[in-house]
Write a protein that binds this ligand. Structure first.
Ligand code: SAH
Ligand code: SF4
Length: 409
């Protein structure tokens, strides 16, 4: 099983929890949570382990491949519907595993129908948010369906403008909990597409599936490095979800060692770095992480990243009225990024309940932008009107960055 991050007690075994059934794996990651009667999610089983488990069940290797396809390509919600697999095999799977480890608790849709936000409950009762954004054809840009996913319940990094940071850290999400968010949103999109096709409003090759995934929901993806990377492997797998790495964007608060590590991974991902201030004094005021990884170290890692991967970096810059949005800040930012292959995404803050921040007016953000543009730094600003379901979530920032990534490609 791959859920090691959740299994905080290495001594925990099936017998220590009084589990009599020898079929239940002794390293069942759910067994040290209060919900120890629940089965492990099969979405938490790595490809290698799945191959092994299936062979242990006396099945030939191609059965593991069929199972993988059912889970990730077809998106089966129950073993019962995997009719390519023999009934006794399905029954064994049913005894050992559940499929999804997340259950929708609250579902909201914006009035214009473009955006869904879902609050999911995890097996131990933790709550996370996921957002689905639908974009129609826009000039030369193709239609898109983007999912903004969470990688942790809460976040330990405490950025002062962020609703998740204000809640503190709860726990890491597992690979399956990360991937399940995308699978769930894909089901919504597939059923909408099926309706369009049935109504004759679109042909099969005209509908759009999930095209992009942005790691910009709750939590810091690079502080949950292994599960983030293994979820990327699943999303990217050609026989499964098959989402191209260029359509995946990981956003980080700026963890230097992990940025360096990511540069050596074999994926052509997009990396977004949350900069939000151009000097240590202002950055440390809103982002405690800056004391650990100050700007000079962060920028050194970013420059090395661009050199190693030959890919541009996206810098996120949340505009906080009278905090980080003066012309001096803009000039310093331009100097900091000079000569670097990058794109700056300016995001007027989405005010949170507990935060003291507000959005700068249009004139202030336009001036900030103009200074960057004159200095030759590519940038985008999105003055979104606040979607009606936005309350405390990250969909506005995700939308803005997703637009910028597309525009820069
Ligand atoms: N932890 C990662 C990814 C999740 S946050 C990170 O910090 O990058 C995704 C983005 O949303 C980050 O750039 C973050 O700074 C930004 N963000 C957080 N709170 C926001 C708010 N209230 N308004 C606008 N953007 C915000
Ligand atoms: Fe955590 Fe990102 Fe929010 Fe900062 S902005 S508290 S790193 S989720």
């Amino acid at each position: 099983m791959t859920l090691t991050s959740q299994n905080s007690d290495p001594e925990a075994t099936a017998s220590s929890y009084g589990l009599a059934n020898p079929d239940i794996p002794i390293d069942d990651p759910a067994s040290d949570s209060p919900t120890d009667t629940l089965l492990t999610s099969i979405l938490d089983v790595s490809e290698d382990d799945l191959n092994y488990q299936v062979s242990q069940m006396g099945q030939p290797p191609f059965r593991a491949r069929q199972l993988w396809r059912s889970l990730y390509h077809e998106g089966a919600q129950s073993f019962d519907e995997m009719t390519t697999l023999a009934k006794p095999f399905r029954a064994t799977l049913e005894e050992r595993y559940r499929i999804s480890p997340i259950v929708p608790e609250v579902e909201l849709r914006s009035a214009d129908g473009s955006t869904d936000k879902i609050l999911f409950k995890l097996q131990d009762g933790e709550l996370i948010e996921t957002v689905l954004m639908r974009y129609g054809l826009d000039g030369h840009r193709r239609a898109r369906r983007t999912v903004c996913i969470s990688t942790q319940a809460g976040c330990a990094l405490g950025c002062t403008f962020c609703a998740t940071g204000q809640q503190g850290f709860r726990r890491q999400l597992s690979q399956g909990e990360i991937v399940a968010q995308v699978l769930h949103m894909r089901r919504i999109i597939r059923s909408e597409n099926a309706e369009l096709i049935a109504a004759g409003s679109a042909k099969k090759d005209e509908v759009t599936e999930i095209t992009n995934v942005v790691f910009m929901g709750m939590g810091e993806p690079l502080a949950n490095y292994n599960n983030t990377l293994s979820s990327i492997a699943v999303m990217n797998h050609a026989q499964g979800m098959n989402i191209g790495a260029r359509h995946l964007t990981v956003s980080t608060v700026g963890l230097v060692p992990e940025i360096r590590k990511l540069a050596r991974e074999p994926y052509q991902l997009n990396l977004a770095v949350s900069l939000h201030a151009p000097d240590d004094e202002s950055r440390s005021r809103t982002m405690p992480v800056n004391k650990r990884y100050p700007i000079a170290r962060l920028m050194h890692a970013c420059r090395d990243y661009v050199e190693t991967t030959n890919r541009r970096i996206f810098f996120e810059y949340v505009l906080l009225d009278h905090e980080n949005d003066t012309p001096e800040h803009a000039k310093k930012l331009a100097d900091l990024l000079k000569g670097l292959m990058c794109h700056v995404n300016l995001i007027p803050v989405n005010p949170t309940e507990k935060g003291p921040y507000s959005r700068p007016n249009d004139k202030r953000s336009a001036l900030f932008r103009e200074i960057l543009t004159k200095a030759g730094i590519p940038n985008t600003v999105r003055q979104e009107k606040g979607i009606d379901i936005n309350a405390g979530c990250g969909q506005l920032r995700a939308r803005a960055l997703d637009d910028a990534v597309e525009a820069a490609e």
